[in-house]
Design a protein around this ligand. Structure first.
Ligand code: CDP
Ligand code: CDP
Length: 231
C-alpha cells in the first residue's frame, strides 16, 4: 500500500493532536506533534532564565540553540511518542499554561523555526507520517498528499483546553485559558515567518460541533480516499 504524508494544521485546541494520533495508529504511521517541539524549546528558555515574567531574551536563546536537542521516544503504554529535551522526558512539563503563554513568542523566532523545520522534514522523509502544527501543509511538507485545516470557535476550544488543564490539576481560570487561546491565534496568524494560514489545497474542517468519533471517521475516510487514489 502507498504511504502518504498527512499534514494537519489549525488553531489551538481544535483536536489536531487527538485525531492525528488516532489516524497514525489506525494506519500504522508515525505521529509527530510539532507543537511539542516548540513547547520544548520554550521550556528550555524558561529553565535557563531567558524568559522572565514578560521579558524574553531572544538573543540568549538563539545563541544557545545549538545546545538544544529535542527528540521523541515511543511509549508503549501510552501508545504515542513522548518529547525529550536533551534526553530528559519533559512530556508533562510542556503542557502548562505558563509554557502556553510564551510558546507563540518563541515560535515566531526564525532561528528556532529553521532548526525545528529541518528536523521535522527529516522525520517525514519516508512518508507514512501524520504531523500536526501550524505550518505543516504550507512549509514543512508543502507536497503532502493530504492536508487538513482544523477550526472551531474560540470559546469551544478554550473550554476543551480548560477541562484538560483542570483534569491535570492545574489551577487555571476559563478566562485565562480563553485569553491564551486568542492571543496565540493572533500571534501565530500574524507572524512574519510561516504564519498560520490554510494551504490552498487544504481541506477545512470546522469541528465546533463534531464529536471526537465523528471527526476521526471523517478524516479517516479522507485518508483512505487519498491512499486509494494513488493506487
Ligand atoms: O496544542 P495546542 O494547539 O495548544 O498547541 P501546540 O500544537 O502544542 O503548539 C504550541 C504553539 O507552538 C503554537 O501556538 C504555535 O505558536 C507553535 N507552533 C508553531 O509555530 N508551528 C508549528 N508547526 C507547531 C506549533
Ligand atoms: O492538538 P490540538 O491543540 O488542536 O487539540 P487536542 O489537544 O487534540 O484537543 C484539545 C481537547 O479538545 C482534547 O481534550 C480533546 O479531547 C477535545 N476535543 C473534543 O472534545 N472534541 C473535538 N471534536 C476535538 C477535540
Amino acid at each position: 500500500m502507498n504511504k502518504i504524508t498527512i499534514a494537519i494544521d489549525g488553531y489551538s485546541s481544535t483536536g489536531k493532536s487527538t485525531v492525528a494520533k488516532q489516524i497514525a495508529k489506525y494506519l500504522g504511521y508515525v505521529y509527530v506533534d510539532s507543537g511539542a517541539m516548540y513547547r520544548a524549546i520554550t521550556y528550555f528558555a524558561m529553565q535557563k532564565g531567558f524568559i522572565n515574567n514578560d521579558d524574553f531574551n531572544k538573543e540568549a536563546l538563539i545563541y544557545n540553540l545549538p545546545k538544544v536537542k529535542v527528540s521523541f521516544k515511543f511509549n508503549e503504554d501510552l501508545g504515542f511518542a513522548e518529547v525529550y529535551l536533551n534526553d530528559v522526558n519533559i512530556e508533562n512539563d510542556i503542557r502548562t499554561l505558563a509554557v502556553s503563554n510564551f510558546v507563540s513568542k518563541v515560535a515566531a523566532v526564525s532561528e528556532v523555526r529553521e532548526q525545528l523545520v529541518k528536523q521535522q522534514q527529516q522525520m517525514g522523509e519516508n512518508k507514512g507520517v501524520v504531523m500536526d502544527g501550524r505550518d505543516i501543509g504550507t512549509v514543512v511538507f508543502p507536497r503532502a498528499e493530504l492536508k487538513l485545516f482544523m477550526t472551531a470557535s474560540a470559546e469551544k476550544r478554550a473550554l476543551r483546553r480548560y477541562d484538560e488543564l483542570i483534569e491535570r490539576g492545574d489551577a487555571v481560570s476559563y478566562d485565562d485559558v480563553l485569553k491564551n487561546v486568542q492571543e496565540r491565534d493572533y500571534i501565530d496568524s500574524n507572524r512574519k515567518d510561516s504564519p498560520l494560514i490554510k494551504a490552498k489545497d487544504a481541506i477545512e474542517i470546522d469541528n465546533s460541533n463534531l464529536s471526537l468519533d465523528e471527526q476521526f471517521n471523517k478524516i479517516l475516510q479522507l485518508a483512505k480516499m487519498t491512499i486509494e487514489g494513488l493506487e
